[in-house]
Ligand binder design. Structure first.
Ligand SMILES: NC(=O)c1ccc[n+]([C@@H]2O[C@H](COP(=O)([O-])OP(=O)(O)OC[C@H]3O[C@@H](n4cnc5c(N)ncnc54)[C@H](OP(=O)(O)O)[C@@H]3O)[C@@H](O)[C@H]2O)c1
Length: 338
């Protein structure tokens, strides 16, 4: 299976390292022999139809910060590269952009138009155009897989797709952003929002521009993806009511009543919203630190809650690998959803 990888940051590099480490296991267990034929970061691209060495790519990128200077460097970039390369699968790991979905959206559409399956960790294109993309992929017979977009390596997406078959999800409630959860957990311990944010940035939980996390947009994008999948809705980010955690306070009094505050993303028949909510400290959603948790309230089997690390390069790379194995199995006529 020939792969083109767009984005060689934390997730892209972890994915290539994992391809090297797990090559024997992938071959032996699943008959999967992925070959990286093209890769691109924001400024440079490599292409070799006979295959690139993932280890060399990661080492070079880690040392030089770009792919320039490697023997397989080509002038093609972005959607042109995706269109031109002979490959079966696009792995999309460029930054999530909630304004226009670019550059990921163009990469995904270029893959679709040239007969490539897509595995994406990038949630921007799905948050903005998921219903249309799902429809286009369905019509084309190609697969669009996105386990890594929600929950990092925690299989929220796979849980809905595989384990809730035949069940109806009535309500989703979740803590879907580790950065804000870390900040709220530290605020419970008595430090201010600003101090907690600075600490989160120092520890690498929050980006230099933390607004997508703090203002709730990252949670909203993930909620859109889960809601469309679990509740068969057709929504985009525009339909989510969003408020973040700026200005939130967690009083001693509230804590003494056994309650706290979490940034809750919820979907039910009245709509989708992300907002800080008071929750019981014993609620399964009152997770600590950078953890994520999602509860699916179903018609017949009650409440199911999954808890796990919501982010991380390696964690997200495992989700991409999981999708790759699923793709291989589905192309071979084997269902992984049983
Ligand atoms: N990190 C996580 O824990 C995590 C978890 C779940 C999902 N995700 C999602 O996974 C995606 C990647 O995350 P990340 O943490 O790896 O981000 P990152 O470290 O910022 O890396 C982004 C990569 O995309 C490249 N890029 C930017 N514009 C590009 C373009 N036009 N064409 C090709 N490459 C381009 C960047 O190039 P340069 O190297 O040249 O800057 C960089 O290599 C994001 O959408 C993110 O939301 C991340």
């Amino acid at each position: 299976m020939r792969l083109v990888l767009m984005g060689l940051g934390v997730v892209g590099k972890a994915f290539l390292r994992m391809l090297v480490e797990k090559a024997p296991e992938l071959r032996y267990k699943y008959g999967l022999n992925p070959t990286l034929v093209a890769v691109s970061d924001s400024r440079s691209s490599l292409y070799n139809e006979r295959g690139l060495d993932p280890r060399t790519v990661v080492d070079w990128k880690s040392r030089k910060g770009s792919l320039s200077g490697l023997i397989d460097e080509v002038d093609l970039r972005g959607a042109d590269l995706v269109r031109e390369v002979e490959a079966e699968v696009l792995i999309e790991a460029t930054p999530s952009n909630f304004r226009d979905g670019e550059p990921g959206l163009s990469h995904i559409k270029a893959a679709l138009n040239t007969g490539k399956h897509v595995i994406t960790a990038n949630k921007g294109p799905l948050a903005l155009e998921m219903p249309a993309l799902i429809e286009m992929f369905r019509e084309s017979g190609l697969r669009l897989l996105f386990s890594g977009t929600v929950g990092g390596g925690t299989p929220f997406v796979r849980f809905v797709r595989s384990c809730l078959i035949g069940e109806r999800v009535l309500v989703i409630r979740g803590v879907l952003n580790g950065t804000t959860n870390y900040i709220l957990t530290r605020m419970e311990m008595g430090i201010s929002f600003e101090e907690a944010l600075t600490e989160a940035q120092r520890l690498g939980y929050a980006e230099a521009d933390p607004s997508n996390d703090i203002d709730g947009w990252d949670s909203a994008a993930k909620l859109v993806i889960l809601s469309n999948l679990a509740m068969e809705s057709d929504v985009t980010l525009r339909e989510v009511e969003v408020s973040g955690i700026r200005g939130v306070e967690i009083s001693r009094e509230l804590l003494s009543w056994g309650k706290t505050v979490r940034l809750i993303a919820s979907a039910d028949k009245s709509g989708l919203r992300v907002r800080p909510e008071v929750v019981e400290r014993t609620d399964p959603l009152a997770v600590s630190g950078a953890m994520n948790a999602v509860s699916f309230f179903t018609e017949h089997s009650g409440r199911h809650t999954l808890v796990g690390k919501g982010a991380g390069g390696e964690e997200t790379a495992t989700a991409i690998l999981r999708d790759l194995v699923e793709l291989k199995m589905s192309l071979s006529g084997v269902s992984s959803c049983s």
